[in-house]
Design a protein around this ligand. Structure first.
Ligand SMILES: [Zn+2]
Length: 72
């Protein structure tokens, strides 16, 4: 399961040209504010999912993985 998620992310990254931002979060489908899309080239996640994603990548441990709270 983890592998398919990683592959999906890698695939999405390689398919999206740099500078192209998504209108809605790839993970929770919430709309991404225009300011964020302009600030972050190629943004794919809303702020909440992005920080969760960052933490996930930094902490391989699952200890800190909490219930998926939607911030938007
Ligand atoms: Zn999101």
């Amino acid at each position: 399961m983890d592998n398919s998620v990683k592959n999906g992310v890698a695939k999405a990254r390689s398919q999206l040209p740099v500078g192209q931002s998504l209108l809605s979060c790839e993970e929770c489908k919430c709309p991404i504010p225009e300011a964020r899309r302009k600030a972050v080239a190629g943004v794919r996640l809303c702020v909440g999912c992005q920080s969760k994603s960052d933490k996930r990548q930094k902490e391989v441990s699952k200890v800190h993985r909490r219930a998926s709270t939607r911030v938007c």
